[in-house]
Design a protein around this ligand. Structure first.
Ligand code: FES
Length: 362
């Protein structure tokens, strides 16, 4: 790269100004530190070693992109693995994240290593003045750029250039490959409609607090209160299946109002009401696009989804009173067991979660 010297100054062979630069306050600028050549600048062996390191990183990035594609095709999306500290997670997601993340990292690390070890190590000083460059300056800039491109070795270091081009050419493939999910419908797995039609709530299932799995008695919930709850069996189910599906579908809320405030419910009779002394249970998953909800306004009995402001009146069968949701929040029928703890009477009687899955369902 050609050195650029400030007008009125000269540059030595390393590109250092010989002086005369001024700071905006009129004081002389401090002299630059003496230039220290890098090992690769003076030792051809070190330069070749750096070249090998850079190309190895680009090559590994290419292999990781191929591994991403293989993992996407080969690993069953329902396989869940348990990891220390992190817990359970999808094996497919883990493999895709690791391979793609490492490929990005290696391309970035290779480029940085190349720049630090092999590209010209020249300090350049350029004075800032009028923003628009003159034609002569532009021509000079182009010639500097061309010289820089030559000196960077992009043309002469073939192995780096080829491995970089290979890595960059393969890099967009994962983005294209995963688009396949937009038009391929899995035939051997249940449809979203089927998946959302049942949860792990069953008759007699204890209702426990989310997180601490503590069973709940009616007297634990004050009027106006809201508790996030899950089925007691979720703890065991998660150990076997992971946290992905069961929790997402079964997550619920309990709210309490005075029985006189309840205007309607989604089911039940005088003998078998779906509430317990004004305690009502609803799915926690918004019927719009599935955000978890627990913003409850005690005075109006309205449940507000923070994502797109759908609002449901829990005192009136959880009907939609505002927002884009097209369907009420499903109610879970509840009662108390022989020991006085809240339990489910059955599973939800309607699909939980986003309503759009119902479209085109069987
Ligand atoms: S997800 Fe609840 S309003 Fe959109």
């Amino acid at each position: 790269m050609s050195d650029i010297a400030t007008p009125g100054t000269t540059a030595d062979e390393h590109g250092h100004d010989s002086g005369d630069l001024e700071l905006p306050n009129g004081r002389p600028a401090p002299a630059p530190l003496p230039h220290e050549p890098r090992r690769a600048d003076v030792d051809p062996k070190a330069a070749r070693r750096a070249e090998r390191q850079v190309s190895t990183m680009f090559l590994l990035a290419s292999l990781l992109v191929i591994a991403f594609i293989v993992a996407y095709i080969a690993i069953d999306k329902n396989v869940v693995i348990a990891l220390p500290v992190i817990g359970t997670m999808s094996a497919s997601n883990l493999a895709l994240g690791l391979t793609f993340g490492l490929a990005v990292f290696l391309i970035g690390a290779g480029a940085i290593h190349w720049a630090k070890k092999l590209m010209p190590d020249v300090e350049v000083v350029q004075e800032r003045h009028v923003l628009e460059s003159s034609p002569a300056d532009r021509e000079e800039a182009i010639s500097v750029f061309d010289a820089g491109a030559q000196e960077s070795g992009f043309g002469s270091r073939k192995i780096i250039r080829r491995t970089l081009i290979t890595a960059l050419a393969l890099f967009p493939l994962p983005l294209v490959i995963i688009l396949r999910d937009l038009w391929v419908t899995p035939t051997d797995s249940p449809s979203p409609n089927e998946l959302l039609s049942e949860t792990i709530w069953t008759k007699g299932e204890r209702i426990v607090t989310d997180g601490s799995y503590r069973p709940i008695r009616p007297e634990d919930i004050p009027v106006g209160g809201l508790v996030n709850v899950v089925p007691a069996s979720l703890e065991k189910v998660e150990e076997v299946e992971g946290t992905l599906n069961a929790r997402a579908k079964a997550a619920s809320i309990l709210v309490r109002m005075t029985p006189a405030e309840i205007r309607s419910q989604q089911g039940g009779s005088a003998e078998e009401p779906w509430d317990v002394h004004g305690i009502l249970a609803f799915s926690k998953i918004c019927t719009h696009v599935g955000c978890p909800i627990s913003l409850y306004q005690q005075r109006t009995h309205q449940l507000l989804c923070p994502c797109h402001q759908s609002t449901f009146d829990l005192a009136d069968s959880a009907k939609v009173v505002f927002g884009p949701a097209a369907r009420r929040m499903p109610q879970l029928p509840i009662t108390v067991d022989a020991e006085g703890y809240l339990v489910a009477r059955s599973d939800f009687q309607e699909h939980v979660g986003p309503s759009f899955w119902e479209q085109g369902s069987s």
